[in-house]
Design a protein around this ligand. Structure first.
Ligand code: APR
Ligand code: PHB
Length: 398
């Protein structure tokens, strides 16, 4: 394989969605993935799919397992001062989300790509992108051998540490970054989850009870930036979670075998613009949002939709108008997601350095939210993606 229309670096959600959306329009692509298939399938990430992400799976005809195994979710709960604010998503927004792990999405997309016979090369690490402004080529290494893939366009869907963003000259790109000064310790536990997605703001810090299925809970605690999984043996984890979720008598949260633990720093990162010459960035390569609100996957899928549409338009009409507008179209959504995730992060976490005044304001904001259907609606609509994703992503077929 030495030439293709679109060379895609990375087989995460952004690269895989893009490849499928292009194939549906008759556009060829090659996906180069540095890691092995097992490694890619084993990565644990979030799992809240906005309706537009579910619609994207459906328009590719790849939503069979999602429909069978995904949990259609109507609720979003905030806890504070021992009370629960329950937000009913369909009543407030007309929409629901679906709980289905990013890992499962990736598994379905990889299986379909392999079935189609279209190229997806694992163990192929891109090391350089040549002639971005003219006739681009991706230089990659497979089994110790250097190879070259010529393409009309390069899509860097290669995550935060990829080479795509780094290939844009420093004076042509602006990088925005914020560290939040704390992390999330996440575990997977073999135990039935709470019935609703529950975020909690307690005096001891933030906690979140999410799930992957009715048998597997996904649970998070806010921890300091330097803390490690080793500092959180199971007994300490459960004790702290019960406290932070106002479940002191340990009746609501069921303890189970913890079979996976990780720590992720909270940060935001945005690269502007997301394109240079014939190189386009999508997903984590261009932006990271703090995890509160679970926007990362949905933004990556949105980028893939916009890029597939722009490339489709280019090949169908010869016009590069949509390609030229790609970055701005993405960044409009990305900044709205960063804004929402930052606001939710601020509402729900104990901030290092919070004064009693700021803590009182935060609790007052939660009191206001509890009492105001309008405030709840504003949160619920952004949680399901309204005002963030473009409306056509929900409905438009290719
Ligand atoms: N060559 C080939 N592949 C590469 C290279 C390289 N030089 N660098 C990185 N990759 C691969 C990684 O191994 C990874 O599989 O690119 C892929 C990027 O995938 P993701 O990190 O999953 O990023 P993306 O597709 O943008 O999905 C974003 O992932 O981190 C979460 O919250 C985030 O849910 C969001 C989603
Ligand atoms: C998850 O299920 O992993 C999850 C849910 C909600 C979030 C973040 C992560 O805000």
């Amino acid at each position: 394989m030495t030439r293709t229309q679109v060379g895609i670096i990375g087989a995460g959600p952004a690269g895989l969605f893009l490849a499928h959306l292009l194939a549906k329009q008759g556009i060829d692509s090659v996906i180069l993935e540095g890691r092995s298939q097992d490694y890619v399938l084993g990565r644990v990430r979030a799992g809240v799919l906005e309706p537009s992400t579910v619609a994207s799976m459906a328009l590719l005809g790849l939503d069979g397992r999602l429909k069978r195994e995904g949990i259609v979710d109507d609720g979003l709960d905030f806890r504070f001062r021992g009370r629960t604010v329950h937000m009913n998503l369909p009543e407030l927004t007309g929409h629901r989300v679906v709980i289905y792990g990013q890992q499962e999405v990736v598994k379905d997309l990889i299986a379909a790509r392999i079935d189609s016979g279209a190229p997806l090369i694992f163990g192929a690490e891109a090391v350089a992108i040549e002639d971005i402004a003219g006739r681009p080529a991706i230089i990659y290494v497979q089994d110790g051998v250097q190879k070259r893939l010529e393409c009309d366009f390069v899509a860097a869907c290669d995550g935060y540490h990829g080479i795509g963003r780094a290939s844009i000259p420093a004076d042509r790109i602006t990088l925005h970054e914020r560290q939040y000064g704390f992390a999330w310790l996440g575990v997977l536990s073999r135990s039935p989850p709470l019935p609703d997605m529950t975020y909690s703001n307690s005096d001891r810090g933030f906690a979140l009870c999410s799930r992957r299925s009715w048998e597997v809970s996904r649970l998070y605690l806010q921890v300091g930036p330097e803390e490690t999984p080793e500092e959180w043996p199971a007994a300490r984890f459960w004790d702290e979670l019960h406290h932070r979720m106002f479940d002191e008598d340990a009746r609501a949260i069921v303890e189970g075998e913890i079979f996976q633990t990780d720590v992720a720093q909270l940060r935001a990162f945005i690269a502007e613009p997301m394109q240079h010459g014939r190189l386009f960035l999508a997903g984590d390569a261009a932006h990271i949002v703090p995890p509160t609100g679970a926007k990362g996957l949905n933004l990556a899928v949105g980028d893939a939709r916009l890029l597939a549409r722009a490339l489709g338009h280019h090949y169908a009409t010869g016009s590069s108008a949509l390609l030229e507008g790609y970055s701005q179209a993405c960044l409009d959504r990305v900044w709205k997601a960063v804004r929402f995730s930052t606001a939710l992060t601020g509402l729900l976490h104990r901030m290092p350095g919070h004064t009693p005044f700021e803590r009182a304001l935060q609790l007052t904001e939660l009191e206001y939210t509890a009492a105001s259907p309008s405030a709840q609606k504003a949160i619920a609509e952004q949680y399901v993606g309204i005002g963030i994703q473009e409306p056509w992503m929900l409905t438009e077929a290719l």
